[in-house]
Structure formats: structure tokens, C-alpha cells
Design a protein around this ligand. Sequence first.
Ligand SMILES: [Mg+2]
Length: 448
Amino acid sequence: MSPTTARVTSVDTYDIRFPTSRELDGSDAMNPDPDYSAAYVVLRTDAADAPEGHGFAFTIGRGNDVQVAAIEALRGQVLGRSVDALCADPASLYRDLTGDSQLRWLGPEKGVAHMAVGAVVNAVWDLAARRARKPLWRLLADAEPEWLVEQADFRYLTDVLTPGDALDLLRRGRKGADERRARLLERGYPAYTTSPGWLGYDDAKLTRLARRAVADGFTQIKLKVGADLDDDIRRCRTARAAVGPDIRLALDANQRWDVPEAIRWTTALAAFDPYWIEEPTSPDDILGHAAIRRAVAPVKVATGEHAQNRVVVKQLLQAGAIDVLQLDAARVGGVNENLAILLLAARFGVPVCPHAGGVGLCELVQHLAMFDYLAVSGTTDDRVIEYVDHLHEHFLDPVVVRDGHYTAPAAPGFSAALRPESIARYTYPGGTFWAADLAERTRKEQAV
Ligand SMILES: [Mg+2]
């Protein structure tokens, strides 16, 4: 591509909230009434070829305005940057954002501030992939191993993974990539579904949706657990009866338990042959996960969607605390940090089954899993991407799941862009949906 003088000309943010709490979609033991939300950012440029990059952090309602403010705090670092330089080396921006000496105090590298970095960095990768006219998975899989190593963040990791180790992994990972790409394009990447198992659904709805999942080609479903043990025993029995013995049944406690309770509860559900127990306790409790894993085997322990950065992931792996790593595309510092996380998982031989659902997390994370298959781990054995079948209609390039598999996206970019009409409707509080909702609530209050 010939060099240009294009710059980032604006960094626009949006507080987007969907009223999912009204149907109990997304309900679990810790989050009974989530309104799935996106703190959304658009980098606009004056480049003729690829004017925009889109990114977001996922939140579940209140506090999405705080997340938006954290993204806005990064604006000055991004405005005016050369589009050529950003796209050639997204790591340069990643390092500047994570290294901002004043904002760093708000983390370092965790929580709202770090998720803001992730949103902006992912927007840059969206821009870079659009500019290269490739879906992101393909841009990454086609890249030279040396360049990928430059893009991954090895800081605080070199006791277990050096850039040299990573280069070896990536060079080895390329072998057979052409055949795998052909298979990916033909078959897609395996998925599992969480849609049947939200905690707020009754048994009839659970049964209906679990049966439909099997008919739709899924070989694994997931149930939310952790609010009430008797209910969970009944729901696990119901789900197992609906899907039969051969479908994997994953359980997700969303951090509900202390370590002894996690062991007791998981043991009590073991009769239903669960495949994994997810987020059994605090996402920060590395040694607690290790103790749970030792106690509940052969039930596997899975976590990672709330792992705040690569250092926590490193320790989960070092401590033998997990069987399955559930990286999240939008919680850590974007693609640069997730490259390091994928390489860490490969180094330890632990399968990555990405967290998705939410708003747009399926859209994002499919690219990382497909890259992992083509260029890092080289396999989809015991690997599945989470799938939840809501809110995709708001995206310009929504995921396509067929016969239990994600179809490889073909459109250039990171699949992050929301439809303009969805932004106009669900911007909080001024979008058309929320303005009408607020007016209705005010009217009802005045009538009382
Ligand atoms: Mg989960």
C-alpha cells in the first residue's frame, strides 16, 4: 500500500445499552438483571481507503458511562496519529496507552482503565484489517512470525515465555496452515451454546432450548449454576435428560462460591457428568482455582473471562489452576495482549475456549480463535467458542453459526461495527428507545 499522510481525525464514543434484563437473557448467579452494553468507540480518519476503526468494551449496564469516560481519557493519545504508522505497528499505541504514567495509576493494566485501552487498541486492529482488506483472523494468520512477536506484549512474562520461545511456537504453528485454512473455510470453527442455560429460564424453556441446540448441531451446551443447589440439581437433571449422555454439559458459576463451597457444589453436580465448571470462585484467586481443580477432577476447571491481564493468565497456567482458558477479546488490552495470552496457552498446552456472548464478543473473539487454529495451536480438538444467539442483528457483519460452527468471516475488519440505526436507537439515555422508555416511566410515576 502506498504511503499516505492520513491521520486519526476524531475519536467518537457512544454509551450503548440494550434492555436485555427484561427477558432475563444473560441472567446468572451474580448478574440477575444485566442490560448488555457497549462502551463503543469509532476512530475516524481522513484516509481515502479505510475511513474508520471500531472497537468497544462490554459492560452490563450501570457504569457503562464510566467505561465511556475512561475511553475518552485516551483521546489525546490517539488524535492526530498517522494511520500508516498505527496500522503498521499497533503495538506502538498499545505501549503508549498502557504506559501512560498518570493513567497507569488507575490500574495498572486492570479494570475500567485497561478495558478502555482494549477498546481503543481493538479499534486500531479493526482499522488495520479493513485497510489490508482482510478479516482480522486472516491478517494475523498471514503475518510474519517476527512481526507477530513484535506485536505481542511479553512484559512480565519472560520467566515462562520469551520472544524467542514465541517465535519458535509461531514458526512451528505455520506448518500445515494451508490445509487448516481450507478446512476452516469449509467447516468453520466449533461452537458451544449458552442460550439454553440462563438462570432465569424455567425448566420447560431450558428443555426446549437444549433440544433445539442439539438439533442445531451443537455438541456442548452450558448452564448457569450457583444460586440454589436444589434448583441446580433439578436443572442439571433436566438438561441432561434433554440432551442425552453424549453432549458435553458445561456449568458456569460466575464467581459465586468460596473455595470449599465450589468443591462441595461441583461434587454434588458431578452425577450429571459436567464437562467443566467455569468461574467457580473469584477470578483473582489463582491458588483457589488450583485447589478446586485438584478436588473436582475429572470435572475440568475453566476461567479467564475476568482475568484482568496476561500476568493473571500466566499464574493460572503456572499454578496448574485451569484445564481450559477462556480469554476475552474485550477485557484485556486488545489484540496485542491477547496474542501474548494465546502464546502462553500454547506454551502450557492448555486449550483456549474463548468467552463470548455479551454484546459483540462473539463477533470479536472468533477472529482470535481462528488465528489460533491456523497459526498457533493448530488444532480445534477440545476447543469451542462460546455462542449466544442474541444482539447479533445490531452488527454490520454479524457472526454466522451453522451446524454448531462459526463460519469464517469474509468482510475486512474485526466485525466490530454496530449498525448506525442501532446506535441511534440504543444510545443511553438519549437514543430513541431510552428516551421513550424514560418518558413512559415518568408518565407512570406521575399517574401513581
Ligand atoms: Mg462465563
